[in-house]
Ligand binder design. Structure first.
Ligand SMILES: [Zn+2]
Length: 393
């Protein structure tokens, strides 16, 4: 049986590459009825040359009486074709290493991205062959109800895994976790509804939280909410200092146990509050306003639970008829007193507002009046929810 290890003559490989260049890729492949490579290539004269077809033909060049080396007899990856080519003195590469994705380039579909960069199916969170960079894909029409990304503030990205509890230790979430731990830049790809996919921006992974979610099977489950923020580029030296500081901070406080109240579907209000207050304690104060994503997930969840899906403003003139991407009422969770102005990250300083009331509070002519009223309301709603919550326990 012919074996790849019998290929020992670099000239046989060089001649195959010459023939490839002379004929052109398509003619070379069709002459020998060989399939194109997808992941690993030889880099010859600055061009990508299909690795397995070359090895197959090189074998015939070295042993003319034996014919082509069957491509089914060896792997095209690092253990097979790549190792043999390195042994024979050739340079190998992958499309993503040779020509990394360029910001803004459009691709009609995930299949097109896969045909350019190789690798397995382009799912939620992947690496391209040979490339250490993690890629996050967000699709406005995809199975995940991701919020559209914003380039000016942190945004959420729901973890990978359609049904059953999401896991940090495997698949895409494990990949993104490794980027988070390494504080490494991540490519963020986005496809708006009815438009092509684009490598939209580099992002930093600011942190993550376990939150209460629902799988495609309709069952409640813990999900990972990743917090991403756009950064100016791949070079960490260009990143704003507060982004690096937020990463370092959240690496120290990150929650690995998915059984936290904010990830339990029926967690009582009081449990969520205990969680908010517990995480608030004992944190070092460095003078920089930082966000603890687990804590704010618990606080947001408590306020939304408390609101029963209704705008909490006493001046509300009506909720939007439309629901959000998750089929829930459209509500913003607002800090009555801004965090940046020293407001507390606690449900007694937070209200659920419909978009109209939120706009009135932040952009209306009487912000002081709105704040005063809402502060009272938030405190009262919080007390009432605590009473109810402890009453049923
Ligand atoms: Zn309202």
């Amino acid at each position: 049986m012919p074996r790849l290890s019998e290929l020992t003559d670099p000239t046989a490989v060089a001649n195959a590459i010459d023939e490839f260049h002379t004929l052109g890729r398509d003619a070379f492949l069709s002459r020998y009825s060989l399939e194109p490579s997808r992941d690993y290539f030889i880099l010859a004269d600055g061009q990508l040359v299909d690795s397995k077809p070359i090895l197959s033909v090189a074998y015939r060049n070295q042993y003319p009486d034996r014919g082509l080396l069957p491509v089914s007899d060896f792997s095209g990856g690092t253990g097979g074709a790549v190792r043999a080519l390195t042994r024979l003195g050739f340079t190998t590469t992958t499309p993503a290493l040779h020509q990394p994705p360029i910001l803004g380039t459009e691709y009609r579909s995930r299949t097109e991205i896969q045909s350019v960069y190789g690798g397995d199916k382009v799912a939620g969170i992947i690496r391209f062959p040979g490339d250490a960079v993690v890629n996050v894909f967000s699709d406005a029409e995809g199975p995940y109800a991701d919020d559209p990304p914003t380039l000016v503030e942190p945004f959420g990205y729901r973890g990978e895994g359609l049904s059953g509890p999401q896991r940090l230790d495997r698949g895409g979430n494990a990949r993104l976790e490794s980027a988070f731990q390494a504080e490494a830049p991540v490519r963020f790809w986005y496809r708006p509804k009815g438009e092509p996919f684009r490598f939209l921006t580099w992002v930093a992974v600011l942190g993550r939280a376990w939150v209460d979610g629902e799988g495609q099977d309709g069952l409640p489950r813990p999900e990972i909410e990743w917090q991403l923020e756009a950064v100016p580029g791949q070079d960490l030296r260009t990143w704003p200092a507060d982004i690096r500081a937020a990463q370092v901070d959240s690496l120290q406080t990150v929650e690995n146990n998915p059984q936290v109240p904010e990830a339990r579907p029926n967690a009582p209000y009081a449990d969520l509050i205990a969680r908010v207050e517990q995480r608030g304690q004992g944190r070092r104060s460095t003078g920089i306003v930082r966000t603890d994503y687990s804590r704010s997930a618990a606080a947001r969840r408590a306020v939304l639970d408390r609101s029963n899906g209704r705008c909490e403003s006493p001046r509300c003139t009506g909720m939007p008829a439309e629901s959000n991407r998750r089929g829930e009422p459209i509500l913003d969770v607002d800090h009555v007193q801004d965090l940046a102005l020293g407001g507390e990250d606690h449900p007694r300083n937070m209200v659920a507002l419909c978009p109209n009331c939120h706009a009135c509070k932040t952009r209306g002519a009487r912000p002081t009046e709105w704040r005063r009223e809402l502060r009272k309301l938030a405190a009262a709603a919080h007390d009432a929810a605590m009473m109810n919550s402890s009453g049923v326990q």
